[in-house]
Design a protein around this ligand. Structure first.
Ligand code: CMP
Length: 225
């Protein structure tokens, strides 16, 4: 059966698959599976032995790690066109983190052997893959910097700026639901502390709410330095 155009379009959103020649991308697309999960489903757990790479076709997931008492740290939130599960494919170690859907989500799942076969045959894909890994390392470095060097105001401001998207009129907004609990789990603070900081940021006119949309004002960047 020829690969579905929707699967090819999803793969093409990922820079290292977009680096493949069209014929190879189509061959790869004919090997993948598609999976659907409801909101709050566990897709993989830290320590699992599995062998596939997931591309998000729609929806949103969070990457987290938790301790034995269930206390959770959120490492990242990922949406359409982003991928997860690449680390175990590269080093054959168990899964490094838990992945849970934040909304109903659809995935394109690439098998480890197929991924490695295409990677070994395409230098441009391998280079683009390395660039993505380096980009994630840079993001992780930025988070370590903010955890080690910033106060809670700075950390909250950093998360808000990282999650924001720019509207056509140049405003920075967060449209997707982002709870105070989520922010707290991303910066290692309590939910109460995040509530207090958000209230202060609103009072200082660094942030405002339009319904459920968070609007970031220009002076917020000063809090993240
Ligand atoms: P893997 O270890 O196979 O399974 C869990 C996945 O979570 C991992 O691959 C990465 O895709 C993802 N992951 C782990 N740490 C981070 C991080 N700091 N930022 C974004 N994604 C991550």
């Amino acid at each position: 059966m020829p690969p579905s155009p929707a699967v090819i379009a999803t793969l093409r959103q990922v820079p290292f698959f977009a680096a493949l020649p069209e014929a190879h991308l189509e061959q790869l697309a004919s090997t993948v599976r598609q999976k659907k999960f409801p909101k709050n489903a566990v897709i993989m757990s830290q320590g699992d032995d599995t062998d596939s790479l997931y591309i998000i076709a729609s929806g949103r997931i969070k990457v987290g790690i938790s301790d034995e008492e269930g206390k959770e740290v959120i490492l990242s939130m990922l949406g359409p066109g982003q991928f997860f599960g690449e680390m175990s494919l590269v080093d054959d170690h168990p899964r490094s983190a838990n992945i849970e859907t934040m909304e109903a989500s659809e995935f394109v799942v690439v098998n480890k052997d197929d991924f490695k076969r295409f990677l070994s045959q395409n230098f441009d894909m391998a280079l683009a893959f390395m660039k993505e890994l380096v980009r994630r390392l840079r993001e992780a470095d930025k988070k370590i910097e903010s955890l080690a060097l910033m106060d809670v105001y700075g950390r909250v401001a950093r998360v808000l700026l990282d999650m924001a998207e720019e509207t056509v009129d140049g405003k920075l907004v967060i449209k997707r639901r982002l709870t105070k609990q989520d922010i707290a789990r991303m910066i290692g603070a309590s939910r109460e502390m995040v509530s207090r900081v958000m209230k202060d940021l609103v009072e200082m006119n660094h942030v405002s709410f339009r319904g459920t949309v968070i609007v970031l004002h220009e002076n917020l960047a000063g809090s993240a330095r």
